[in-house]
Write a protein of this length. Structure first.
Length: 435
């Protein structure tokens, strides 16, 4: 599908965006192994989260859905059933990596498959710790999906994450629920903590230990065989989806935008801190805690920006937003430099390469690094024919770039946005910019 995007005169008004993908996945998976019903309000409408629901149904979980409201009828830790066929994660790396932790502790064999993009994404990072816990996991060429998981009685481990990864951390903690004893994970820098919050909400027993001499690192320990209880939960709007409209407002002169009910978890707030540090006019007039997650309204105004550097732990915190921040960097005074982002090369696409490719299509100078990119500032954006490469974040990042173009641009493969944000093009059309 191709979309045409016109330059914008201003991005102004109020928005309410879909539920957070990361939180939706976790609530659904934990709800399935809890006892009783879990009612989830504002569940993500993205395709990835629907893949999780499809896998849970195939595992014998009754799932009711009415728009953005989902009810998961949990069957307890031992209630999943052996699937009759393959579990299809489709394009969702989150589904396959996190659900593998639950499947590793089941007394049956399961096989997880995905689309062409997913079958190119390496899985050793979860296979290693799950193997140490006693599961037998087999993969194509020893590392790629499909994953064949022979569940087994698991034993607890302590696992030091070699690189920061909330998905791998979650996989190990989920597996730890099925082990007798205490399973712990140490992360080199703190990653998003939605799993820890959600497990606590459902009744799991977790403890947290700081690592001496490293204030950004910590150990998370979960006690095995808890009794989890179904809950009523509200998913905040997705800050990663909000990022595209925050950047749009910062790119287009005269913009003033309000985004309501956004998740503002401190482990995700690095985006707002980074933008504010560049000079962005961003305010949060109200803040509340719902089910342990902070949420509130974000007000943003167009602002001349200085530019910045993303590296080290900041890269891990901003990994999903780097494509759209690279777009923003070209309009800043000093540009943007990204390092320590080799993880981007194994996402839905090689996001370093596809970001640089699309920037160059619109006449923006960009340098590809082995683990990042450099985008000088003070550049002009030409209209271009963009390619999503089947990647939702690339599609949305360069739709935003087109708002600053000197004429009408096109996006080929625009349907990719539906993986995380099915209403993205309709939302952009509110300002008459997409058709």
């Amino acid at each position: 599908m191709q979309k045409r995007i016109s330059p914008a005169s201003a991005i102004s008004g109020s928005l309410t965006l879909p539920g957070d993908k990361a939180i939706s996945h976790r609530y659904a998976m934990i709800g399935a192994i809890a006892e009783g019903a879990t009612r989830i309000h504002n569940y993500s409408t993205g395709g990835d989260c629907q893949s999780t629901l499809g896998c849970l149904r195939a595992l014998g979980i009754e799932v009711e859905r009415d728009g953005a409201e989902v009810v998961i009828h949990g069957r307890g830790l031992d209630g999943l059933r052996e699937p009759a066929g393959d579990l299809d994660a489709e394009n969702s790396g989150t589904t396959i990596r996190m659900l593998a932790g639950i499947l590793a502790g089941q007394p049956f064999r399961s096989r997880m498959v995905g689309d062409e993009s997913l079958t190119r994404r390496p899985m050793q990072r979860i296979m290693t710790p799950l193997g140490q816990m006693g599961a037998d996991i087999r993969a194509r060429e020893g590392k790629f999906p499909p994953l064949e998981i022979h569940g087994a009685p698991l034993h607890p481990i302590h696992y030091d994450l070699p690189v920061p990864s909330a998905q791998v951390k979650t996989c190990v903690l989920f597996a730890g629920l099925f082990a007798e004893g205490q399973t712990s994970v140490t992360e080199p820098v703190r990653t998003r903590d939605h799993t820890e919050i959600a497990l606590g909400e459902f009744g799991a027993d977790l403890t947290f230990t700081s690592i001496p001499g490293n204030i950004s690192s910590r150990k998370i320990t979960v006690a095995g065989r808890p009794r989890l209880t179904g809950r009523e939960l509200v998913v905040p709007s997705d800050l990663s989806s909000a990022a595209f409209f925050l950047v749009a407002a910062l790119l287009v002169p005269g913009s003033e935008l309000s985004i309501r009910g956004v998740g503002l978890n401190p482990t995700r707030s690095a985006l707002l801190d980074f933008l504010s540090g560049m000079g962005a006019k961003i305010r949060i007039p109200d803040l509340e805690s719902v089910n342990g997650e902070l949420m509130g309204e974000i007000l943003v105004e167009y602002s001349p920006l200085r530019g910045g550097i993303i590296d080290g732990g900041l890269t891990a915190a901003l990994i999903d937003e780097i494509p759209v921040l690279a777009v923003l960097g070209a309009a800043t005074r000093d540009g943007i430099t990204v390092r320590d982002a080799s993880e981007l090369r194994i996402k839905e696409t090689d996001r370093i390469r596809t970001t640089v490719d699309n920037l160059r299509r619109m006449g923006v100078e960009a340098e590809e690094l082995p683990d990042g990119l450099v985008v000088p500032g003070r550049q002009k954006f030409r209209a271009a024919q963009f390619e999503s490469f089947g990647d939702h974040r690339i599609a949305m990042a360069f739709a935003v770039a087109a708002l600053r173009g000197d004429g009408e641009s096109t996006m080929d493969g625009a349907e990719a946005a539906s993986v995380s944000f099915p209403g993205f093009w309709d939302t952009l059309a509110l300002w008459g910019q997409a058709n």
